[in-house]
Write a protein that binds this ligand. Structure first.
Ligand code: NDP
Length: 452
């Protein structure tokens, strides 16, 4: 049977674009791809990239204060959101153009419209066309979810934050995960009175406890008004603000309320269930280790499968998919020991197990040091950094590495290589320190601070 395409990809985000261009460019497949929004997906258009640029923008206020303390004559003005936003939009246009160009260079046919699965080898395009494909890849990503509370229509999500006309004076962020904590730091740094309400007892649930404490303290010290054990019960829009009632009975007014309460897989109305492809209770497409669904011609990768929702993981899943489904070389994805960074202020880099999780698994030794780094202690800042290794007593392997410090994201990429290779504590110690740095502590911690 002949098909219009060897592969049709639904979704032009990081995972979908990579799979399409590797399948077309390197494997020589005839590939089509449909994207209903903008090329680049969440990461490039409304996630990692604009977020990181906003993190950079938000750190200059503190940098200017620090520069003055170092002896520079600094006259800081105010942040001009409109000029930053214009520049940001230009950069996103540029990046989207690169994504389109990459697809064009690989001879991928692109369709700027929504696509759904109409049969095991059939894709329905929203413009009315139908195409057939030997293999279909669903890479539709995820979308922010807002719980069903009274007044939920008055809040924004991280999708809208980059498009604000003006910066709010007072802002409430609800949630305590990656997105909430990163944006609390960003908005606070840009000069917005920033409130963060989290329903649990400490932000960043699931990460290492000691790191979470230090990050929360760092956020408080920088001016974020963090309230734990607090949720929202009601939101009312008045003429000039948004009035929020909290679970502790408080009523407070804000200019903008942003919900960052998680993301859901973008799997609704894609036509999958009709073909017998199961979605789990959160809407994630059920796939095996090769990203294959229950229908042999249909695969799914990235956030729509809700495995590890990170861009580099989706990209790897996309490349493994091409090996498996296009080149006939079954390749599974290794989801173990993935380093990641949370771009909070202070920043967090992490790989492997938290102290809490590791201690449930086996006897461990904790090597940790928290200290005032040279660059800020020099100017009297009380900020502390954390360098921490979670070590197996039995194998001596480093099971987890946790860094809270400026540049922690960069550091964990390097430390992650050693941890992924299975390095022991003694192998860390064999490496000579780079002096004077913060990360040298990772190879100079002599005795455990705790054993469990
Ligand atoms: P997360 O799942 O990380 O966090 C959701 C937060 O919202 C949690 O604190 C959760 O609380 C809280 N929450 C959930 N439901 C409710 C509710 N009904 N009412 C009040 N609070 C609620 O989601 P994010 O949106 O922050 O991030 C989504 C994913 O995107 C992440 O998991 C990550 O994979 C990815 N991401 C990665 C980044 C990076 O690598 N730097 C940056 C941004 C996103 P509780 O803890 O109690 O469940």
């Amino acid at each position: 049977m002949s098909f219009d395409y060897d592969l049709f990809v639904i979704g032009g985000g990081s995972g979908g674009v990579r799979a399409a261009r590797v399948a077309a460019g390197e494997a020589g497949a005839k590939v089509g791809l449909a994207e209903e929004s903008r090329y680049g997906g969440t990461c490039v258009i409304r996630g990692c990239v604009p977020k990181k640029l906003m993190v950079y923008a938000s750190t200059y206020a503190q940098a200017m204060k620090q520069a003055a303390l170092y002896g520079w004559e600094v006259k800081a003005g105010v942040f001009d959101w409109a000029s930053f936003r214009e520049k940001l939009e230009g950069e996103l246009d540029r990046l989207e153009g690169i994504y389109r160009q990459l697809l064009e260079n690989a001879d991928v046919d692109t369709f700027d419209c929504r696509a759904t699965v109409a049969g095991i080898n059939e894709v329905q395009l929203a413009d009315g066309r139908k195409v057939t494909a030997k293999t279909i890849l669903v890479a539709t990503g995820g979308w922010p979810v807002v719980p069903n509370i009274p007044g939920a229509q008055h809040v924004i999500t991280s999708n809208e934050i980059f498009h604000l006309n003006t910066l709010p004076k007072r802002m409430l962020i609800v949630g305590g995960g990656y997105v909430a904590c990163e944006f609390a730091g960003i908005m606070n740094g840009l000069g917005v009175e920033t409130h963060l309400w989290y329903r649990g007892n400490q932000i960043l649930r699931g990460f290492d406890g000691e790191a979470r404490e230090l990050i929360a303290q760092g956020m408080l010290d920088r001016g974020v008004q963090l309230m734990t054990e607090t949720n929202v019960t009601k939101i009312i829009k008045t003429d000039d603000c948004v009035e929020v009632t909290g679970s502790q009975g408080q009523v407070q007014s804000f200019d903008v309320v942003m919900y960052a309460t998680g993301r859901a897989p973008n799997s609704a109305n894609l036509g999958l269930e009709a073909l017998g492809i199961e979605l789990d209770s959160k809407g994630a497409v059920n796939v095996d280790q090769y990203s294959a669904t229950a229908v042999s011609s249909i695969y799914a990768i990235g956030d729509v499968t809700n495995r590890v929702n990170l861009t580099p993981v989706a990209i790897r899943e996309g490349m493994a998919f091409v090996q498996t489904a296009i080149l006939g070389n079954p390749t599974s994805i290794d989801h173990e020991l993935i380093p990641s960074a949370v771009f909070t202020q202070p920043e967090y880099g992490t790989i492997g197990l938290s102290e809490e999780d590791a201690s449930k698994q086996e006897p461990i030794e904790i090597f940790a040091t928290s200290f005032r780094p040279m660059n800020t202690s020099f100017i009297g800042d009380s900020d502390k950094v954390l360098m921490k290794l979670v070590v197996s007593k039995a194998t001596r392997k480093v099971l987890g590495c946790h860094i809270v410090a400026d540049g922690a994201g960069e550091m964990i990429q390097m430390a992650g290589i050693a941890v992924k290779m299975g390095a022991t504590k003694e192998e860390f110690d064999r490496v000579c320190a780079v002096h004077p740095t913060m990360a040298e502590e990772l190879v100079t911690m002599k005795s455990p601070v705790r054993t469990t």
